[in-house]
Design a protein around this ligand. Structure first.
Ligand code: ADP
Ligand code: MG
Length: 189
């Protein structure tokens, strides 16, 4: 591990991770997929959409042993905060986690504009409805890390960036534990 703080920016696909990550000016940004290529951790081809799966366990081990080669991307190595964005980033050796959430209806609309099968869109919308990354974090060691959960449904990417930057400046306090519950909202309505 290096001296930089590694922050995982996670969330169901479509919640806005990539958009937000690239607006975080004071940070070096890496995507899980580019790190998995750098570290030779691409897995099998998914026959559904021919995309390469990421071998997250082997990426985890490799990052723990070797760290991130900050020079590879030519990004400013003086940045103390490294953002690792991707829907599996909460499973990597990060020291804090940002979870982006999005109302399932809005998420469904966003994913509809991708060239994805209706099955893949439904699976991802259901994942968000059930709690998204929290499902995997419940029994994971990263569960103890500082975590901030942000509802991006009605916030612009710039507003989300402001929330994250404020959190970074405050020293990464634990702000919420799975407060957003779309299921409850559906039942209550
Ligand atoms: P992810 O990286 O999580 O899969 P993207 O950053 O690719 O998500 O965003 C998915 C889509 O949603 C893009 O079309 C993007 O412009 C849009 N988007 C992202 N964040 C917001 C937001 N806060 N409000 C409205 N639209 C957004
Ligand atoms: Mg993305």
């Amino acid at each position: 591990m290096t001296d930089e703080a590694w922050i995982g920016l996670t969330g169901t696909p479509g919640t806005g991770k990539t958009t937000v990550a690239h607006l975080l000016n004071e940070c070096s940004v890496y995507s899980v997929s580019e790190l998995s290529k750098q570290h030779g951790c691409l897995g099998e081809i998914d026959s559904h959409d021919m995309s390469r799966e990421i071998d997250i366990d082997s990426l985890n081990n490799s990052l723990e042993k070797q760290g991130i080669n900050l020079q590879l991307k030519g990004s400013a190595s003086s940045c103390e905060t490294v953002i690792i964005e991707g829907h599996l980033s909460h499973l990597l050796p990060v020291s804090a986690i940002v979870i982006l959430r999005c109302e399932p209806d809005i998420l469904h609309e966003r994913l509809n504009s991708r060239n994805w099968s209706s099955e893949k869109i439904r699976e991802n919308t259901e994942w968000e409805l059930m709690g998204g990354p929290w499902i995997e974090l419940v029994n994971h060691k990263n569960n103890d890390l500082p975590i901030i959960e942000i509802d991006g449904s009605d916030n612009s990417p710039e507003e989300i960036v402001q929330i994250i930057e404020k959190w970074l400046k405050k020293g990464l306090p634990l702000t919420s534990f799975a407060e957003i519950d779309w299921m409850k909202k559906v039942v209550d309505n």
